[in-house]
Design a protein around this ligand. Structure first.
Ligand code: FAD
Ligand code: MG
Length: 295
């Protein structure tokens, strides 16, 4: 007997999609590789009732509540293959083959961090990308924005609301006259030179030897889909400012019938709250298509 739906990715978006399907008494399988995007962060902020908890605690409680539903199965594994069958989809994960009538992709994205020594180990602790998630805790201290592309202009223009901001040009961005005026209107200082190292809490060393201390640093990494499964199934993609993501309808249907996508995998920029919202929509839409769609 095939599953009604397989959800690939068991983090916030996938858990939320699964909950809707479980509450519709559907037989589902969640397959999860356990590499949530925010696993590097000490705390998660901005999600109602769980503000300041660890990313793990939020997901673990959601999983506990989901697994109380008797029609839900869980596999801790990486889904490595997906293909169409006459009646739905066939998924391979951890050496097992599964079949399902519908598929929900909640596989998230991978962040490509700039290769600056000291950056990766501070990611999510004193180096962040989302001011709404981590800006408040910097207590209006000094903030540095490490430029990675012209997109860093927007990043730097936002951050003065959270603390006195310096844009470190890092040889990756040269503002023109109009951009310099925008930065000045927002009281953003500019510092030339490549960032060669990050040490201490958030201390930056520049190529010509100057060192600057900050309360926190921000950088906007390029993102890439965590899993090639959407592309392998032929789902249409969209290009966002940070990277590609799965194109979906307002009900989170992809261009491939029977496949839904939600969370960071299917939007230009995400958060826990948005992933949970998208997941709820994808789960309900997958259920609607089981009831009223064609097989
Ligand atoms: P993810 O949480 O990334 O989960 C995707 C899941 O799919 C993973 O478990 C992965 O292992 C699994 N997966 C992928 N491919 C496969 C496969 N082939 N087979 C099986 N499983 C697979 N947001 C906030 O709202 N507040 C914050 O404070 C916050 N802090 C952040 C800090 C950092 C450092 C970062 C990088 C992000 C932060 N975010 C925060 C953003 C937040 O992490 C994401 O928006 C959120 O995790 C998206 O949820 P998701 O379920 O779409 O994807
Ligand atoms: Mg998920």
């Amino acid at each position: 007997m095939p599953y009604d739906a397989i959800i690939i990715g068991g983090s916030y978006a996938g858990l939320s999609a699964a909950l809707q399907l479980a509450r519709a008494r559907r037989k589902i399988l969640v397959i999860d590789g356990g590499r949530r995007r925010n696993r590097f962060a000490s705390h998660s902020h901005g999600f109602l009732t769980r503000d300041g908890e660890t990313p793990d605690a939020i997901a673990a409680e959601a999983r506990r509540q989901l697994m109380l539903y008797p029609t839900v199965e869980w596999q801790d594994a990486e889904a490595t293959e997906a293909s169409r069958t006459p009646s739905g989809f066939r998924i391979t994960a951890g050496g097992l083959h599964h079949e399902a009538r519908r598929l929900v992709l909640a596989t998230g994205v991978i962040d490509h961090l700039p290769e600056i020594p000291g950056l990766a180990e501070r990611w999510g602790k004193s180096i962040f990308h989302c001011p709404y998630c981590h800006g408040y805790e910097l207590d209006q201290g000094r903030i540095g924005v490490i430029a990675v592309s012209p997109l860093s202009l927007h990043h730097a223009l936002m951050l003065p609301d959270w603390g006195s901001t310096t844009l470190l040009l890092n040889d990756r961005f040269e503002p023109d006259g109009e951009q310099l005026a925008q930065l000045e209107r927002r009281d953003v200082r500019i510092e030339p030179g490549a960032v060669t190292e990050i040490s201490g809490k958030a201390d930056v060393t520049l190529e010509y030897g100057k060192r600057m201390g900050f309360s926190g640093l921000f950088v906007m990494p390029r993102t890439e889909p965590s899993s090639p499964i959407a592309t392998a199934l032929g789902c249409e993609m969209e290009e966002g400012p940070m990277g590609p993501f799965v194109k979906t309808s307002p009900t989170k249907a992809t261009s491939v019938e029977g496949v839904f996508a939600c969370g960071d995998a299917a939007r230009a920029a995400g958060s826990v709250a948005l992933a949970v919202g998208d997941g709820a929509m994808a789960g309900a839409a997958a259920h609607q298509s089981l009831m009223f769609g064609s097989d």
